[in-house]
Design a protein around this ligand. Sequence first.
Ligand code: NAD
Length: 271
Amino acid sequence: MSYNLLKGKKGIIFGALDEKSIAWKVALRAKEEGAEFVLTNAPLAMRMGEIKKLAEHCNAEIIPADATSVEDIENLFTKAQEILGSKIDFVLHSIGMSPNIRKGKTYGDLNYEWFLKTLDISALSFHKIMQVAEKQDAMNEWGSIVALSYGAAQRVFPDYTDMSQAKAVLESIARNYGHRFGKLKKVRVNTISQSPTKTTAGTGVGGFDAFYDYADKMSPLGNASAEACADYCITMFSDLTKMVTMQNLMHDGGFSHMGISEEIVELLEKK
Ligand SMILES: NC(=O)c1ccc[n+]([C@@H]2O[C@H](COP(=O)([O-])OP(=O)(O)OC[C@H]3O[C@@H](n4cnc5c(N)ncnc54)[C@H](O)[C@@H]3O)[C@@H](O)[C@H]2O)c1
């Protein structure tokens, strides 16, 4: 159902890889809610071609950008403003990648070059995006910037290895740039900490299926779906959340406040 929450708003959506991607669902909802936006992803992800289908459906242009390259991000913001014909109202950072996780490295055997790559792609890119937006004066007043995070920023999930540190940095950048952008342009900056979700990035983490079921059984509302996450992003981009900033917003069906659930007790008692 559409409420026209983003009517007249212009945005940039990072990170739609395929139809399972959270950013993909956000793009579909943003379109439904009346937004105009450009889609962007790493040039490598473009080659897979899936994003073109989304772009056609949303009547959106695609501008490739490696989110670790300031030059690419500058080009992206310049072109996005030309295409959309105005400054930007909302930005979604939906980017995460750890070469250490990809290569199955344990926390006691991390490759430090890759660790830096993890931080650059998954966290520093958020700072780079906002710094470029500030320098180009590309954001409209009362704009909204959201990045997706995960509860491993606060708590230990062993297989999440160096991505835990990346998410902690990401959330810290949201607070610190949130302060700066709030003062400068009344732009709000938040992270949404999402339940485990069956996407390419999600299922790449070791033991994902078991953990997905565990989180589902621990959460009173069950795991939050990618579609529900998209709905939350839309509210954060809308004018209904103008005074929310510098927050890490839990979107996890209640998981983060649970100690143990009846379902888990039952399972353990069966052993
Ligand atoms: N899936 C989950 O369980 C889960 C849970 C909480 C948070 N998140 C977060 O949600 C966000 C989106 O992930 P997803 O689950 O939709 O998976 P996804 O694999 O569909 O999306 C990750 C995106 O990051 C992009 N990316 C990687 N390197 C890049 C680079 N150098 N420049 C630009 N883009 C790059 C990929 O191309 C891809 O589109 C990530 O930040 C992820 O950590 C996911």
